[in-house]
Write a protein that binds this ligand. Structure first.
Ligand SMILES: [Zn+2]
Length: 101
């Protein structure tokens, strides 16, 4: 969207992250990004009966996903609010298993 008129500054969550593809097969472009609450998603890996959640962002330059290494509570809250990443609901690449239905 386009901003027609600037609103007030939000003090919301933001963190500087480098696009590395960490925990997502690598291949990040190395861009340094200001990642904000709206950019965070949950992704999951499944192994047997356990599923693990990750806080993940998608690089706006190259589209590669990167996991945030030690998400703060604010990052977890933002990611849960946004829900599962629309393109990647789970990640068989981490377990070698097929995605669950
Ligand atoms: Zn990138």
């Amino acid at each position: 969207m386009k901003i027609i008129k600037e609103g007030r500054k939000q003090a919301g969550y933001s963190i500087e992250q480098t696009c590395t593809g960490s925990n997502n097969g690598g291949g990040g472009c190395g861009a340094v990004l200001l990642v904000e609450a709206a950019d965070l998603y949950i992704t999951q890996s499944h192994a047997r009966d356990e599923s693990t959640d990750y806080v993940t962002f998608q690089c706006s330059a190259c589209g590669v996903l990167t996991d945030i290494k030690k998400p703060t509570p604010a990052a977890w809250a933002a990611a849960h609010k946004n829900g599962l990443h629309p393109a990647v609901h789970n990640r068989p690449d981490l377990t070698g298993q097929e995605p669950r239905p």
